[in-house]
Design a protein around this ligand. Structure first.
Ligand code: ATP
Ligand code: MG
Length: 269
């Protein structure tokens, strides 16, 4: 029961708004019973000790700051199993990937679990060959646990959030670093990121970069991998040319040429 004294401060109308909007949108929508069970499972397995606030609340996934048993900060990404719109978009990155040949799409939940597994596998593959991505820790159902990228429990900023504070030299470095990671992802991990943009690159002091959000990455044998690769390069080039105002942008065809050469020499041994 609400104390009458509070009535002038917390208006009934506001209470209703908090209840519907904040509580249900940011808490209930992501924490359905199965997701809560999954988090509890990860706690029992001593992966997660506690969960803190939300770092990011997107339409498809929420990322939380959490802590492990050694008190190490974790980034816990939870895919919303209620996000049906998402399902259609996901399938084109799953079907056609030789690693998911046996996958038979069932209900939305199956697709979202496959998507989480895919992000974990992509992250692991990239991390293992030395791409600058967060260290994958584990996944279960729609929950992915990885290394938290930040300092003092604050995440590093995204490229889109900091570029205007960087000098031209720093921007050049960041651009070159992104291309280096792109080459590694394709030539060494044999993957194409598929959603590379100023929103999926974090910048840490140095500057240095971290590539995130690798769920949609596909194997280079996927029938659309070249199309996705060209789109990634064009996105990055457009951002640096048009938003960041950088002049020395590499030519898309030249970048593709270098990547193809690298893949060819790898195939020939
Ligand atoms: N390992 C991490 N450490 C710290 N922060 C992270 C980490 N991974 C993601 N984040 C933060 O969470 C945000 C969302 O993560 P990500 O890009 O992986 O999800 P998303 O699929 O884009 O989510 P949505 O599209 O639903 O917003 C990032 O922009 C970043 O701010
Ligand atoms: Mg993202």
């Amino acid at each position: 029961m609400i104390d009458e004294d509070f009535e002038p401060i917390i208006k009934r109308r506001d209470l209703k708004r908090y209840k519907d909007k904040d509580l249900f949108e940011t808490v209930e929508e992501v924490f359905d019973t199965k997701t809560v069970m999954t988090i509890l499972y990860l706690m029992r397995k001593r992966i997660i000790r506690r969960m803190n606030g939300v770092i990011s609340a997107g339409k498809e996934a929420r990322v939380y700051l959490g802590f492990g048993w050694k008190n190490e900060p974790l980034a816990i990404k939870i895919y919303l199993t209620s996000s049906a719109v998402f399902k259609k978009g996901m399938l084109k990155y799953i079907i056609g990937d030789p690693r998911f040949e046996d996958f038979k799409p069932g209900d939305t939940r199956d697709i979202i679990y496959a998507w989480t597994r895919k992000e974990f596998r992509n992250l692991k593959r990239m991390y293992n060959i030395g791409v600058k991505v967060p260290r994958p820790i584990t996944f279960k159902n729609n929950v992915l646990v990885m290394e938290f990228m930040g300092e003092n429990n604050r995440r590093f900023p995204l490229l889109v959030e900091v570029y205007s504070h960087l000098s031209i030299d720093e921007l050049k470095k960041v651009y070159e670093y992104i291309l280096e990671e792109l080459f590694k992802i394709v030539c060494k991990a044999n993957l194409v990121h598929g959603d590379l943009s100023e929103y999926n690159v974090m910048v840490k002091p140095g500057p240095d970069i971290i590539i995130i959000d690798v769920s949609q990455a596909v194997h280079i044998d996927h029938p659309n991998s070249l199309e996705f690769l060209i789109r990634d390069i064009k996105n990055i080039n457009r951002f640096f040319r048009e938003e960041a105002g950088l002049n020395d942008i590499e030519n898309v065809d030249e970048i593709i040429g270098v990547i193809k050469k690298c893949l060819r020499s790898k195939r020939e041994g």
